[in-house]
Each structure stands twice: as C-alpha cells, then as structure tokens.
Design a protein around this ligand. Structure first.
Ligand code: 13P
Length: 252
C-alpha cells in the first residue's frame, strides 16, 4: 500500500451557474465531511469566489479548469495564477483533452502553465490520454509518455512529487465507456514508471495519478483500488450529489 491519499476530483466543465454552484457545495460539504478521500471540485471561473467561500472550513478543495501562464498583460479573456490564488484556489486542471481539441492547447503551453501554477503555490492536475485511433494503433504508451514528459520539462523533483497527473483516455470521456480496471492501471503504471525514470522512485511513489473517463458510483471502488490509480477526475458524475458522494466514499 502506498501513502498516497486518494483524490476524488470533480471536473464540472461548463456546468452550473454561480448560484447553483454554491448550493451544490453547501450540500456536498455535509456529505463529504470526514471523508478519507481528498475532495476537490473543479468549477468554472465565475463560480470560484462563491464556491471558495462556501467551502471554507470544510474538507473541500477548489480547482480551476484552466489558467494562463503569464502573470498579467494583454491576453483578452484569460485569467492568471495570481487571480486564482487570491480567491483561494488549491488546484488547477490543465491539458484537458477538451482544451487541447477545441482550444488548441499544446504540450508546450501545458508545461508553461504547470510551471506558473507551481510557482504561485497551487498544484496542477495535468491531464493526458490517447484517442481511440491511437489506442487502436498501439501507440498509447508512446503518446502518453510524450505528453507527460513535455508537461514536466524543467520541473523540480519537489514539484513533481506534489503535482497530480490525470490519465483520461479520450474514448472514455463522457461516453459511458469506462476503461477496464486493467486498462486504466496499465497506463497509470506506465506514467509512474516514466516519473521514476525522470525523477527517481521516491518521487514516483509520491506523485498522484488519477484515472478519468466515465468514472461513476459503481466503478470507482475497483478503479481506485488498483495499485497505481490514486483516485479519479470525474466529469458527469461529479455534478450529482449522490453519485459524487459515493465516489468520495468509495472505500465504504
Ligand atoms: P466524464 O466523467 O463525464 O466521462 O468526464 C471525464 C472528464 O473529462 C473529467 O475531466
């Protein structure tokens, strides 16, 4: 057994208004109180002030879903790490496949974001994962290793031991087609092996690696009990109190 604390992280994507978000978190904090998992909600930017306030004094941590790597400047529509940090954000999800696909995010941009997030005292949740075509072509390991290697370029061992990597096969996102425990474990183990190659075993033992892609109340327990899976990055099921509570308390 590792010492890594299992993380149940919700990625709300573009869902819930600021008012709905606060109502949800006010309920969630009752359900999540005392949970053994680390609980994170990844909310839209405009929901962050209300959610951070509502989560105060609870065990719920707040994540943003994106950030710009520059501290300030002429970047219309963007948000900086300093802005998020001031609001009490703990984690920032970066490199999600939806951002890569619809907004042209590259591995180099994700690396710059990771550096900026860590420098400002927050923790990145770095997403990676192959498409169905890549899986069928047999290049999953190469693709994921490439993505993670570039995301981590120039980071210190200390940084890498704190950050979180989320393996999210694109074919499993929002499709209800969850990777099997073995498929998810295989790639999470490949990622941990890469971290060990780059930073040594001690760091690789600390880095948390999540699985994401149609995680739900039924499959969380067996996925999270795999040796190299340290929790989940959860989309659809994190929008429902009952389902997310079950994912948080998967160990019961
Ligand atoms: P679903 O859980 O809805 O498949 O989404 C996964 C995801 O993209 C989390 O970041």
């Amino acid at each position: 057994m590792s010492n890594r604390v299992i993380m149940a992280a919700g990625n709300w994507k573009m869902n819930k208004t600021p008012k709905e978000a606060v109502e949800f978190v006010n309920e969630l904090k009752k359900l999540a109180a005392g949970a053994k998992s680390e609980v994170v909600v990844g909310v839209p930017f405009v929901c962050i002030p209300g959610v951070a306030e509502a989560a105060k004094g609870s065990n719920i941590k707040v994540a943003a879903q994106n950030v710009h790597w520059e501290a300030s400047g002429a970047y219309t529509g963007e948000v900086s790490c300093g802005m998020l940090k001031e609001l009490g954000v703990d984690y920032v999800i970066i490199g999600h496949s939806e951002r890569r696909e619809y907004f042209g995010e590259t591995d180099e941009m994700i690396n710059k974001k990771a550096k900026a997030i860590l420098a400002s005292g927050m923790i990145p949740i770095i997403c990676c994962g192959e498409s169905l075509t890549q899986r069928e072509q047999g290049v999953t390991a190469e693709h994921v290793r490439y993505q993670v290697k570039i995301a981590l370029l120039g980071l210190s061992a200390e940084d890498v031991s704190r950050l979180v990597i989320a393996y999210e096969p694109i074919w499993a996102i929002g499709t209800g087609k969850t990777a099997t425990d073995e498929q998810a474990e295989e790639v999470c183990a490949i990622i941990r092996q890469l971290v060990a190659e780059l930073y040594g075993n001690d760091v690789a033992e600390k880095t948390r690696i999540l699985y994401g892609g149609s995680v739900n109340a039924q499959n969380a327990k067996s996925l999270f009990s795999m040796p190299n899976i340290d929790g989940g990055l959860v989309g659809g099921a994190s929008l429902k109190l009952n389902a997310f509570e079950k994912i948080i308390k998967h160990y019961e």
